[in-house]
Structures are given as C-alpha cells and as structure tokens.
Design a protein around this ligand. Structure first.
Ligand code: HEC
Ligand code: HEC
Ligand code: HEC
Length: 276
C-alpha cells in the first residue's frame, strides 16, 4: 500500500469515524487502515436522529418464506464419494453431518428470499495411510431456495489443502480478476505463516473462547489456523498459516456480519485475537 493512498484513507476514516469506533481497543493505526474495509457502511450506521411522530404499532413482520434443499455431495471426478470421513455441510445457521455417507440429505426451513442465493459449503476429510495427515476437500455451491419447494443442489468437493487459494477462486482480492457476480474479498493479508507473538496471541484467544463455551457464556468462534509442511532447506517443517478461515467461518452464520468469527466493529475481539 503506497504512502499516499494510506494517508488519504486515514483522512476518510477520520471524517467518518463514529463515537463507538473510537472505543476500539486496537491501536489507532490498525483501526484507521482497517477502515478501508467499510467506511461507507459505517457512515450509514449513524443516521441523524429525526423527530418521529407517534405512529400506530407496526404490524408483525411477515414470516420469512422458507424452502427445502436436497443436497448431494460428490467427489472431484463427479462420482459419489465412497471414502470420505467427517463430511459436514453448512447452510447458513444449519450444519448437517453427512458423516461418511454419500446419500443425499434434505435440509428444511432454509430462508427463500427472492433474488438472494445461499452458499452451501461441504467440508470433508479423506484418510491417507497410517501416520499421514488426512487430506481436506471443500466444496461450495450456490443455491436459490424456493418457498414451499424442494430444490436440488450438488456440491462438488475439491482438494483444499490450501484453503486460502480455494476461497479466492470465488472471492478475488486486489489485482485479481473478478468474474461477474463474484463478491471481492477484503484487503487484510491472508495465507501467510503466523509467527512468534501472533501465535501466542491466538492461543490466548482460543483458550478464552474454550473457557466461555464451558461456562455457557456468549463467545466468538475459535481462530482457525492451517498446519502445512514447509520446506526449510532440506527439511520439511510444520508451520501454522493464518487464512480466510482464521477470520471467517465457512459461510456459517454467526452473530457478526460477513460470517466473521468474532465481533470486530464495536469491539475488536477478533483483531486482538492476533494483534497485540
Ligand atoms: C464457489 C464459490 C465460492 C467459494 C469457493 C467461496 N465462496 Fe464465499 N460466497 C459465495 C457466495 C455465492 C456468497 C453469497 C451467498 C451467501 O452469503 O451465502 C458468498 C459469501 C461470502 C461472504 C459474505 C460476503 C458478503 O458480502 O456478505 C464471505 C465473508 C465469504 N463468502 C467468505 C468465503 C470464504 C472464507 C471462503 C473459503 C472458505 C469462501 N467464501 C469460498 C461463494 C463462494
Ligand atoms: C484478519 C481477518 C481477515 C482475514 C484473514 C480475511 N478476511 Fe475477509 N473480511 C474481514 C473483515 C473484517 C471483513 C469485513 C469488512 C466489512 O465490514 O465490510 C471482511 C470481508 C470479506 C468479504 C466481504 C466483502 C464485501 O465487500 O462484502 C469477503 C467476501 C471476504 N472477506 C473474503 C475473504 C477471503 C476469501 C479471505 C481469504 C483469502 C479473507 N476474507 C480473509 C477480515 C478478514
Ligand atoms: C489470524 C490473525 C489475525 C487477525 C484475526 C487479524 N490480523 Fe491483522 N494482521 C495479522 C498479521 C500476521 C499481519 C501482518 C502481515 C504482514 O506484515 O505480513 C496483519 C496485518 C494487519 C494490518 C497491516 C496491513 C498490511 O497491509 O500490512 C492491519 C491494518 C491489520 N492487520 C488490521 C487488523 C484488523 C483491524 C483486524 C480485525 C478485523 C485484524 N487485523 C485481525 C494477523 C491478524
């Protein structure tokens, strides 16, 4: 990022920052640079307070129409998968455990909003020989549920040892080609080795999440890191990478926008999960 664009972004941030954001616990520089993510939306979050005349009580909102999805998960070659393990499929706030079965499953009650699609995400492992880590396969299909109907969806799994590379096929970043209909990703670095104090910070954050879960208190999702073998000289060394999945779930709904694992606007829980 050039010096010039950096300072103009900071200016834009200064003029748009709301009171709530000033309360962020991350260093101001982080917040300032980060706000390139969403300056417009932040302005929109603080509309002027207008005097509203007393209105009759609003009618109860119409219930959201819902439909079913009949989901089939297939192997990269299009055939039924015979040997996957722990396959789960995520549809917004529903997680369906396919286990090692390739039979289609029907998921009911998926919101059917006209012109809105939903990402159906499968995450599976395939065992290797003894002592070898399982391979990871992930697939995403876009579905359009229809009210009161059952819609068929096929999710094709792909090798995803590098989840970052997998996600950017649909969410290109800066300088990458965007195909029609694709949602571009944010500007935070991703897919790099996590070193030193960052790792310690993630450990502290994840321990806290674990404790809150045990105590039955509100909590964010753990920050996921990806273990990969990296060649260092002649040796292969295990390293932890932070990826898209460190900050986002696999399209699983959370209380936060954009499938974010923890709050990041009003409080900076997610950011301080790594930044110290
Ligand atoms: C096959 C294409 C595809 C792949 C691969 C894919 N996504 Fe998506 N993603 C979508 C679609 C379609 C939507 C919009 C529908 C929805 O939100 O359910 C979406 C929405 C999102 C959003 C919310 C965007 C918004 O503005 O609300 C985030 C964040 C996201 N994806 C992250 C990821 C991450 C992280 C990965 C990798 C694990 C990933 N996606 C892989 C297709 C994909
Ligand atoms: C360090 C945390 C972090 C990492 C790593 C990260 N993101 Fe994000 N991402 C965010 C935040 C925060 C936002 C929300 C910005 C906002 O509020 O508009 C976001 C927004 C998005 C959006 C929605 C953009 C929009 O305009 O609506 C997509 C899609 C997305 N990220 C995909 C990805 C993908 C793909 C990767 C990996 C290549 C990735 N992200 C890595 C933090 C992260
Ligand atoms: C999973 C760990 C992780 C999380 C969570 C995280 N960051 Fe980062 N962030 C990093 C790492 C590591 C770097 C350093 C990247 C480098 O220098 O190569 C970084 C760099 C940055 C930078 C400098 C950007 C650049 O282009 O060099 C900013 C700004 C930033 N983070 C803001 C945030 C904000 C705001 C959040 C919360 C929404 C956040 N980060 C969440 C790990 C994380």
């Amino acid at each position: 990022m050039g010096e010039k664009s950096m300072s103009s972004q900071k200016d834009a941030v200064k003029s748009s920052r709301s009171g709530a954001l000033c309360a962020l616990a991350v260093p101001a520089t982080l917040v300032a640079v980060f706000m390139v993510f969403a300056p417009v939306r932040l302005v929109a979050q603080a509309p002027p307070v207008a005097a509203v005349p007393a209105a009759p009580p609003a009618p109860a909102p119409a219930p959201v129409p819902r439909g079913d999805l009949e989901i089939t998960v297939v192997a990269p070659d299009g055939k039924k998968f015979l040997k996957f393990q722990d396959c789960r499929v995520i549809i917004r706030d529903q997680v369906v455990d396919f286990g090692d079965s390739s039979a289609p499953r029907t998921v009911s009650g998926v919101p059917a909003v006209p012109d809105e699609s939903v990402a159906v995400t499968a995450d599976a492992r395939v065992a290797q020989g003894a002592g070898k880590p399982a391979l990871r396969f992930v697939g995403v299909a876009e579905a359009s549920p229809e009210a009161g109907k059952s819609v068929k969806v096929t999710v094709s799994l792909k090798r995803a040892d590098d989840i970052n590379a997998f996600c950017v096929t649909c969410h290109p970043g800066r300088g990458q080609r965007v195909r029609p209909g694709q949602i571009k990703r944010d500007t935070h670095p991703s897919g790099q080795v996590l070193e030193g104090r960052y790792r310690q910070q993630v450990r502290i954050y994840n321990e806290k999440v674990e404790r809150l879960i045990k105590e039955g208190k509100p909590h964010g999702e753990p920050i996921a890191v990806e273990e990969r073998l990296v060649k260092v000289g002649a040796k292969e060394v295990k390293k932890e990478f932070y990826t898209c999945e460190s900050c986002h779930t696999l399209h699983a709904k959370t209380p936060n926008p954009k499938y974010m694992r923890a709050p990041y606007l009003e409080t900076s829980d997610l950011c301080t999960g790594c930044h110290f």
